[in-house]
Design a protein. Sequence first.
Length: 83
Amino acid sequence: MPHPNLLPAQCRGARAMLEWSQERLAEAAGISRPTVKDFERGARTPHPSNLASIRAALETAGVEFIAENGGGAGVRLRKEITT
């Protein structure tokens, strides 16, 4: 079942926006590629620490996760602030 703080579709969308492979995400998160693959296809929910690592890796790379607020959960790239 999906984790309330990160859905498989959000993970797939975030990777696509970053142009990252599952392998690249796994490396960035310090987890195995099968963990990413199984989560993204909804086969299993990773251990909470692994899920937190996935989310942290994507956020560090510039992704923002949008919570379910009646319009559905989402993902976007953080806007760069120029001075």
